[in-house]
Structures are given as C-alpha cells and as structure tokens.
Design a protein around this ligand. Sequence first.
Ligand code: ZN
Length: 303
Amino acid sequence: MLQGIHHVTAITGDSAANVRFYAGVLGLRLVKTTVNHDEPGAYHLYFGDEGGRPRTLITFFEVPGAAPGQPGGGMFHSVAWRVADQQALDFWEQRLAAHDTVVDREDGRLAFADPEGLSHVLIARGTRDDDSPAQADGVPPEHALREIIGVEAMSLAPERSRAALVQGLGMADLGESLVVGSGDHVGRVGLHPEPMSRGAQGAGTIHHVAFVSPDADHKKWRERLTGGHLAPTQVVDRIYFKSVYAREPGGLLVEVATVGPGMAVDEDPEVMGIALALPPWLEPHRTSIEARLTPIHNPRTHG
Ligand code: ZN
C-alpha cells in the first residue's frame, strides 16, 4: 500500500516571493534549494517540516515570469494541511490576514491562497508524537503546518481517473474521495465528480502529486502502474528519492516516490536548503547555473 502524499509540486513565476510566503509567512523550512533537473537554469525549491520528510513537502518549479495558470481538468488543485487544533486556526487566521492574505474560516478549517493563487486549506486534526514542525520566526511550533493530508483533483474524465487511481495506485474508493494509505500515513484525494474542461498550467497551479512508496516496494509499484495501463516512466533518480511518473486517463500527472534516501543525503541536515544543491551531473556547470538564478532569501541564512 502507498502511504500518503509524498509531495505536491507546483509552479511559481517568482521564486523570491515564493520563498517569502512559504518560508517567511507559512513558516515551512526551505529544506532544499536546487534546480529543475530537466531545466537546470531554473530553481526547484522544496519546503517541508524540520527534517524535510515525505508527507510534509511542497515543492516548486520556477518558471520565471510565468503567467498565472488556471486550474482545470487534468490538474490537481488545493492542498490540505494538518494543523493541531482550533487555536492553530485562530493563529493562522490572524497571521495570514496580517500578511495581506484573504482567509475563509469555517468549522475546523481555514482556506486561503498563496500570492499566485494556489489554494490551501488548514484542517484542525491534532498532533502526533513524530511531528517535527519547522522552526520559524513568528510561528510557534504548536501552531505549525504539520503534514499534507489531502489534495483535490479535477479530471477530464472522473470515472476513468477513479478506476486508474484505484487499480493502478491502490487507492480506496470512498465515492467523493479516494484514500491513499492507512493509519498514520494516509492522504485523501478529493475527486470532483463532473468532467472539467482542461486547465492551463502556469504560476500558482499544481504540476503533479507524488505518493509515498516504501523503498522496498517501489519496483512493484511501477509494475502495478503498467498493469493498470498507466504507462509509467522508467524509475528516475531524483537524488532525494526515486520516482516513477504516469499520466492517468483523466489527465492527472501522478508520481510514486520512495521515502529514502531523503533530503539530507547531500547536505548536513543542520544547514540544508541554504546553499544551492546540484546533482553530480550538473556540478561541473555550477558557476554558469548560479549566474542564471535569481537571488532568493532563505530566512535560515540569517538565523
Ligand atoms: Zn515530484
């Protein structure tokens, strides 16, 4: 069984503003500053909990100056996060409003969008002993964003998506939503029941969603995707995890990613995220890559 949502990857047109919001306002840790392996002239930024663990990661491909996208068919949208309780929602209601972010509070949840329009919802769902919230100025750890627990899916063909996600990825079908994982490692994929017209990928939209595979099961998941007629890619080494990708018949791009080796594989966990991390094959090009990247300000750099 897959074990929840490994990460959500979205697109930003403005990395500096993206870091200001996700690290500076939301208090996530910028756990990895690297480049898009397929477009090494642009950032791939990873935000997460203190350890940068799977199930807490939201990552952004930078497409400098990208026009705003339009969520629609074939795309995931809206990221649901677990926070502790109503007091945490009170805290975020005030903090987001103080940072010019419009919030919508209703029983047990708080919805808002990032500066580029990507939707989020915080849900009061308790704490767990192994939570390791990011340390951030202005965000008490008891109120921190703790884990990604859900995404919404808009499909070009919802019933075909349902079948693919159930057969290919082993999700449980609860009707309005699909559940991936169980127990402490569970995520929910809300499936909009009507077919949606195609969205436009751009700033503030989600590129893909990855689900957690135990390392030992990863090859089997690729076989299962193949058996589910999902035409997966080969296994790709993303340095911090291994991945296979597949676009299901409703247009959604899904990924199955391993837990290991993790975000600390190439940096000291104390300082990871501050320096630009490059995979070995791009290291010889570091100088020219760094020259092309816009400077960003990681709050960790200055304590
Ligand atoms: Zn991914």
